[in-house]
Ligand binder design. Structure first.
Ligand code: ATP
Length: 235
């Protein structure tokens, strides 16, 4: 489904990503792992069209997206939950969810998808009329995930969903993402610093270090890799 090859990107004259190549298949959960500043968010920005890659290709279901606008990429079904959530704090929970239905197809299916979102995250239903800014951090992350799912993604990108959240809330959010992948065949790209949680949920993973992919493998392979253990798991 997603095939990234030789991706190079950065900010102005500063290059951050060098020759990044990886793939994600339908229904697969793939973790993109790395420490602070490794280039994970830059990679998300390059794939979603928020910054333009200086080289390489981003193919999605056979179509080249590397030079397309972020709106066009969104229309292809690549939807991200950005780092820091970026919900509209003054608007109600329901209004935020309505913003997720950004095209005709998602608008037509909104009522059905809203019911589904409320089934995944019942707290959002209870708080549907409340201003989103009054939700707890965990509930705001749930809202950000639900809003993305209302857009009917083919590839869902979660950028650091665990940031600042209690472990049990992270588990709930990852369980919903996993269920979407398993039941509906949605591909999930899980960008995380919490490597233990990410590998527990993902099928495979890639490790980014200094803008390069330094390692890749199944979650089991990465968990038992000596470098991963020492550098990231502290064991
Ligand atoms: P984090 O977990 O902290 O988000 P990350 O792996 O996502 O880390 P990036 O945010 O991609 O890392 O940052 C990679 C490098 O790019 C860092 O050196 C960062 O300072 C730099 N960088 C990020 N955003 C910008 C920007 N808008 N302009 C210039 N440099 C940037």
């Amino acid at each position: 489904m997603l095939k990234v090859e030789g991706l190079k990107a950065g900010y102005g004259a500063i290059n951050i990503l060098w020759d990044i190549s990886f793939e994600i298949a339908d229904g697969e959960i793939v973790a993109i792992l790395g420490s602070n500043g490794a280039g994970k968010t830059t990679m998300v920005r390059a794939i979603t069209g928020m910054i333009r890659p200086s080289a390489g290709s981003v193919q999605f279901n056979g179509e080249e997206l590397a030079k397309k606008s972020s709106r066009a990429i969104l229309d292809h079904g690549i939807i991200q939950v950005p780092e820091g959530r970026q919900i509209f704090t003054e608007m109600s929970v329901l209004e935020n969810l309505e913003m997720g239905a950004f095209n005709k197809q998602a608008k037509a299916a909104f009522d059905k998808n809203l019911e589904m979102a409320y089934t995944w995250f019942p707290k959002l239903k209870e708080r549907s009329k409340q201003a989103a800014g009054t939700l707890s951090g965990g509930e705001q992350q749930m809202l950000a995930v639900a809003r993305a799912l209302i857009g009917m993604p083919k590839l869902l990108i979660l950028d650091e969903p665990s940031l600042g959240l209690a472990p049990n809330i992270v588990d709930d959010i990852l369980a919903v993402a996993a269920s979407m992948a398993r039941k509906d065949g949605i591909a999930v790209m899980l960008v995380e610093q919490d490597i233990t949680k990410a590998l527990a949920c993902a099928d495979r993973g890639y490790v980014i270090e200094n803008g390069h992919i330094s390692l890749s493998g199944t979650s089991r392979e990465l968990e038992s890799n000596e470098h991963v253990k020492k550098a990231y798991l502290g064991i």
